[in-house]
Design a protein. Structure first.
Length: 195
């Protein structure tokens, strides 16, 4: 029963992140340099991906076990995980605005994950990073589902002329995050925007 509930929570989180509402089909992401919309990165592992217009969800073993969420452009006034826009009725949700401070961007992702159904979201190790010609930031995450499944994550993000580029890797603290985090971290170091 707990496995079913965890699967439902994971699908709900994926839906809230905008990944299940994909217009594309699942495809293999090969090892090497790969495009995700306007984002380019180099992967040491094969992934399966589902695509939508502005985001992609990549996984190796299934969304419950690891997911990499990539958005090439969160536009001004967009909900951090897309799907809705800022309005007078909802001015306080996690919406992106150009020129936010690093701590505000970190909190924007944390608040978005809380809105997506995770609890105990705790960011740490906020640090500057370079992504091609763009300056951005990286940070780490500890979080869990309402059922108590413990996750860890890595976040990379940077602003560009059209908005915010975002990459979030999340996997269970046991086995999957330790297995893949070093490779994913190196992969996020290669993240850049191409026209």
């Amino acid at each position: 029963m707990a496995v079913v509930r965890n699967a439902i929570v994971a699908c709900a989180v994926a839906l809230l992140l905008g990944a299940c509402a994909s217009s594309g089909t699942s495809r293999l992401v090969p090892v090497g340099e790969v495009r995700s919309g306007k984002l380019v990165l180099t992967s040491e592992m094969e992934w399966t991906r589902a695509t939508s217009n502005r985001s992609q969800l990549w996984t190796i073993d299934g969304e419950l076990l690891n997911m990499l969420y990539l958005v090439h452009t969160v536009k001004e006034g967009d909900y951090i995980f897309l799907g809705q826009r800022e309005s007078k009725r909802r001015p306080d949700a996690p919406y992106y605005h150009k020129g936010m401070r690093e701590d505000e961007l970190r909190d924007l992702v944390s608040d978005g994950l809380l809105s997506a159904g995770f609890i105990g979201v705790s960011p740490s190790n906020l640090r500057p990073a370079s992504f091609g010609t763009h300056s951005g930031l990286r940070f780490d995450l500890d979080l869990q589902t309402g059922e108590g499944l413990q996750y860890q994550g890595l976040v990379a993000m940077f602003e560009h002329d059209k908005g915010l580029a975002l990459a979030i890797f999340i996997a269970p603290r046991e086995y999957y995050f330790p297995r893949d985090s070093a490779k994913v971290s190196r992969m996020l170091d290669t993240l850049r925007l191409e026209r």
